[in-house]
Design a binder for this molecule. Structure first.
Ligand SMILES: [Zn+2]
Length: 465
């Protein structure tokens, strides 16, 4: 232990002059000192973990439209006010109101027409409609992918389609595997309903070793019947796949999902007014909504409390930003993205000048860096700051990200955007599963994320982008 400590101290002493000389501009040593102050204050006085506890244990799962979501809006506003800020307000927007409405079930009832009872762990997909009270009882037709579905379209009628599409283990960034597999969850139901399927079971978008199913949003194509859809745990997915290879398998499936009329939600927004360029806005945020079956601790409680921590620490250090810094807790990332749409629509209406938009929505794990979608000149500038992030782990800068809630801004105004890139190895173990709970967030990893985000926001405010 001691040896490691000394090595780190030695490394730090060695790195200080390196920062001072490696930067083209003279500001780097004062910046590295200020970032160290940010880090020290967050690790000594940070409220991130405490706030996460309030949000996850005090409020819990907060699907848009739910009473818990309304509580979260109230909590977000009060917490911002408690930190001290120039302005806090709610930006109301209509959000979809999907309810799970009961316990989702799937049971294998027969193998080669021989009755059995084997419970499978499933969760209805968000936005999916429930089965009738009798459930759906049908033979399973298992496919690995859409190509196999299309090749067998005449065999689908009256069946439950099981998509056993694997989360690709060869991608080191698990987000690549997630976006690759996502189409089965979003569109699988309607693609099977087109050929007369009665329901779909989708292999969870995860590489986890447990059997927790991972829910998530789906969308119906209005041209086809709206059939029920569930995600299945990975161990059960393997079991079901192996059974269907050699046998006919019958399943009874019961879900209860309902889409209620849209209801009022809100983005919760706080602002620190800029001293030199108040009309130029640096926006950062996370999304306040989560799934109903967990506490939304990593997704995206982490991003919410890190956003709040940036505000707290800048205040605590007496930092007065040049630009207006805006802290946004988005309303409805999970099921429809209406909060983000509203935010961009208001920005358009008010002709706001958002010079940079940031989101933390990739979990509260150890930060590795950031992913940017910015013009080439900004990219060059950002890379001169890289070494400032090295002591805090966030110096891997990649191109291409920006966060789902920043997409409408990016589309409408080509706003430069970025997101935090935490280590992604464990994120999809818990993402949208029952296990995304407070206990699975590591305090230091969460805080370190806030340190890196604050450093980035500080540098962009000070030097522009
Ligand atoms: Zn999220």
């Amino acid at each position: 232990m001691k040896n490691i400590f000394f090595k780190q101290v030695a490394l730090f002493i060695f790195l200080i002059p390196f920062y001072a000389t490696s930067q083209s501009s003279v500001q780097s040593s004062s910046d590295s000192l200020f970032i160290k102050q940010i880090s020290d204050d967050i690790f000594q006085n940070g409220k991130t973990y405490e706030w996460l506890h309030q949000l996850t244990k005090g409020i819990g799962g907060r699907l848009a439209g739910s009473p818990q979501f309304a509580k979260a809006i109230d909590w977000g506003k009060k917490t911002f006010e408690s930190i001290g800020v120039d302005k806090v307000y709610l930006q109301e927007c209509m959000v979809p109101h999907w309810i799970r409405n009961g316990k989702d079930k799937a049971v294998i009832t027969a193998v080669n027409n021989k009755p059995v009872i084997t419970q499978l762990d499933v969760l209805a997909l968000g936005n999916s409609l429930g089965t009738s009270s009798k459930g759906v009882n049908a033979e399973v037709f298992a496919v690995n992918n859409f190509e196999q579905l299309e090749a067998n379209k005449e065999k689908i009628k009256g069946k439950i389609v099981f998509y056993n599409y694997h989360f690709n283990p060869t991608n080191i960034s698990t987000f690549i595997s997630y976006s690759d597999a996502g189409k089965y969850r979003w569109t699988g139901a309607s693609r099977a309903a087109k050929y007369g399927a009665l329901g779909v079971i989708v292999r969870s978008m995860s590489g986890a070793t447990d059997n927790n199913p991972h829910t998530g949003g789906m969308e119906y194509n209005d041209s086809f019947p709206k059939i029920p859809a569930v995600a299945i745990g990975l161990q059960d997915a393997d079991k079901l796949w192996n059974l269907t290879k050699s046998s006919s398998v019958k399943i009874s499936m019961a879900t209860h999902g309902k889409m209620l009329p849209d209801t009022i939600g809100a983005n919760v927004i706080a602002e620190l007014k800029g001293s030199e360029h108040p009309e130029e806005i640096i926006s950062l945020g996370g999304h306040l909504d989560s799934w109903d079956i967990n506490e939304g601790a990593h997704d995206d409680g982490a991003g919410v409390v890190q956003t709040m921590e940036v505000l707290r620490v800048l205040n605590a250090l007496g930092y007065h930003p040049k630009h207006t810094i805006r802290f946004v807790l988005f309303a409805n990332e999970e099921t429809a993205g209406r909060g983000a749409e509203k935010y961009a629509a208001v920005a358009k209406e008010k002709k706001e000048k958002i010079i940079f938009a940031f989101e933390s929505d990739a979990g509260g794990f150890t930060p590795r860096g950031f992913s940017f979608s910015v013009p080439p000149s900004s990219w060059t500038k950002l890379n001169t700051w890289k070494s400032l992030f090295e002591p805090y782990g966030g110096s891997t800068f990649t191109v291409g990200g920006g966060g789902a809630d920043n997409e409408p801004l990016q589309e409408a105004f080509k706003t430069p955007v970025a997101e935090l890139s935490p280590d992604s190895q464990r994120y999809f173990d818990i993402h949208h599963a029952r296990s995304d709970v407070f206990e699975n967030v590591n305090k230091r990893e969460l805080l370190l994320g806030a340190v890196n985000i604050t450093a980035l926001i500080y540098l962009i405010d000070k030097y522009g982008l």
